[in-house]
Design a protein around this ligand. Structure first.
Ligand code: PGA
Length: 266
């Protein structure tokens, strides 16, 4: 794991945007895995700014989102398809047919299971994900892989935990149906990504971040499996990093890594 600690959420978004752009530049037809939630919004804003300034095109990019709610329409304001259109896809030159979000509008479990299996097949057919963007839940989830999810799980139907439902309540009106089921990429699916970039900001993520980076591998903190990924970059702001035992070491490593890149390692 490469742990990068930066002063503010804005710094986290800028650093993440640079990484996304690096991947886009290196590949002819890059495949990005995308996330929803509050954390990646600043990243998407930054990517949109770079596009509007003429510095970045999404024409060749294909995307696969982590998850989608079951039981609300795609055009519902809180669907993850709407989220992605609002914060990224409608604001850049991406071909919408190259963007994928799990198909979760059916209420038939057979159809949903079929869609989930098909989703993994589509990712494989695209050549796999070059860079997967992740956030982390306060309970350590990645995607909607809640605590006790299998580390080898594939894209599937998942029941949301009480804490996730409570955390997402703020997006739904009091009298509105709030989904408690989702289709999510599995942890096994996520781990197949060639690189993973997880962002976390804010004090409320500090405990999950500590479990992810310094805790034992445990399905009670699904994100802890990222310790096993060959190329996982974790970008944190000061608050999210505040409970880490080895915080000073991670900061030291980054300083040394940058010196090495500048050819200045002795
Ligand atoms: P957040 O959600 O970015 O809204 O905090 C992250 C997550 O639940 O994965």
């Amino acid at each position: 794991m490469q742990v990068i600690i930066l002063p503010t959420p804005k710094d986290v978004a800028l650093h993440a945007a640079n990484k996304v752009v690096d991947v886009i530049i290196k590949k002819t037809r890059p495949v990005l895995g995308l996330a929803t939630g509050s954390t990646p919004i600043a990243l998407y804003n930054e990517l949109v700014c770079r596009h509007q300034a003429g510095r970045l095109s999404f024409k060749s990019i294909r995307t696969f989102n982590l998850d989608e709610y079951i039981g609300i329409d795609e055009d519902h304001k809180q669907s993850y398809r709407s989220f992605m259109n609002r914060y990224l896809f409608d604001l850049v030159d991406i071909d919408l047919t190259n963007t994928h979000v799990p198909a979760a509008t059916s209420l038939d479990p057979d159809v949903l299971n079929h869609n989930a299996v098909l989703y993994d097949a589509k990712i494989s057919a695209a050549g796999g994900i070059d860079l997967q963007i992740l956030g982390i839940g306060t309970n350590g989830h990645i995607g909607f892989n809640e605590p006790t999810s299998s580390f080898s799980s594939r894209t599937r139907i998942k029941t949301l935990s009480e804490s996730t439902i409570a955390a997402n309540k703020r997006f739904f009106m009091a009298d509105e149906f709030q989904p408690y089921l989702a289709i999510t990429m599995g942890i096994g699916t996520i781990l197949e990504s060639r690189e993973i970039l997880l962002m976390a900001t804010g004090k409320e993520k500090a405990s999950a971040v500590k479990d992810m980076i310094e805790g034992p591998l445990s399905s009670m903190c699904p994100a802890s499996i990222l310790q096993q990924h060959e190329k996982a970059i974790i970008i944190l702001d000061e608050e999210a990093a505040s409970s880490l035992t080895l915080k000073e070491y991670y900061l030291w490593c980054e300083t040394k890594r940058q010196q090495l890149h500048k050819g200045n390692c002795v």
